[in-house]
Design a protein around this ligand. Sequence first.
Ligand code: PLP
Length: 445
Amino acid sequence: FRMQTSTNQSIKPVTAEINELGNLSIGGCDLVELAKKYETPLYVLDETTLRNICKDYKEAFSAYKNVNMMYASKALCTLATSAILADEGFGFDVVSAGEMYTVYKAGADMKKVLFNGNNKSISELTLALELGVGRISVDNFLELSLLNVLAKSMNKTAEILLRITPGIECHTHEYIQTGHLDSKFGFDLTQIDEAVNLILDEYSNLTLRGLHAHIGSQIFETKVYHDEIEILVKELARLDEKFGLKLDEINIGGGLGVKYTESDCPPSTYEIACVIIESLNSSVQKYGIGYPTLFIEPGRSIISTAGVTLYTIGSSKQVPNGKKYFAVDGGMADNARPSMYKAEYTASVANKPDAETSQSVTIAGRFCESGDILIHNIELPELEEGDILCVYNTGAYNYSMASNYNRVQKPAMVLVNNSQSDIIIERETLDDLISHDRIPDRLKK
Ligand code: PLP
């Protein structure tokens, strides 16, 4: 089981192949034709890859009785993807009214939704109570008191987890580490007792069910999960002893990495499931408590590999004695990760995926920032204006972080499966861009 591979370990979607025309295809759809039909930049999402990773997760954790799989919507949240994930039996981790509303509209069972976030607003907490989200992960003292007041006013009881910072450093980019002690998220371990006292003595409209932590993202080491579980289970045992509290839920967050480039070697879902289940077994025995219900909330590892982005190659520039740049029709507004995290990507040319690589080039975006470089030094074949570049592994944290910088319209997204392509997000129009603008009457001529 531990040796089985899972789709987060592949750079390309599982259906990627070269078709009879010599073009790259995904989900049985020729990417050159998709680019023609829907224009570029275009996000393409492969349903088979997405459903495969869901099965990898479910199978990997099948040995543990009580598991709640919640997809972390922040990675990519759309009506269609939420409907697929709900169909696969996943719940949802949401961090805003927008994500909550999207999964609700997609038909998610709201009892399987968990609301996270370090500064939830009154209107967001109210919406969560109205829609009946199953768990709210409370991040801080202000939220505890706010939520209690709101729940009381609505005559409800909110079932909560406490988000804690377990003090674990993982080796990932500092902006995506979240479990270290100096983090903006959650209660410090030393603040838990005060929070528990408040819940037990004053906040009668809150029911504490367990603890929640998330240690970071794009994680390749499995040991951090062992350390995290040890800390969470030890805390459950300590709270039982000190307060007589029988908490029976732990949420260990998400974080499993994906393979953006050949040098990335993420573990499989099977490997991390083995470590997580073994750690639960050993720590439950060590601290003498019952087996808790386990929540996991992966985002990137569920959706990243299923997605690619198609761009059209435009202008180029050879710096004398320097780099060769090729510019594409998208960039940092549809994929912020390279400029934000120095993230690396791999790409192929969809209309000549088999051609010999002949040059090391830099793929530049079209936005007005020198830092808008999508890929530094990638080996590609000869390129011409009009070639279609397919950048892999863009399903997560691309569309969800997209902006309208330079007043450029956000791209469309298509879902491909069995040689069929369906628009799941329309390309924005110029009128969409100005649809929220208003000119005050006094400025009208
Ligand atoms: N859960 C929490 C609380 C998070 O903050 C995040 C991401 O930042 C996730 C889950 C999802 O992480 P990933 O996409 O790395 O699986």
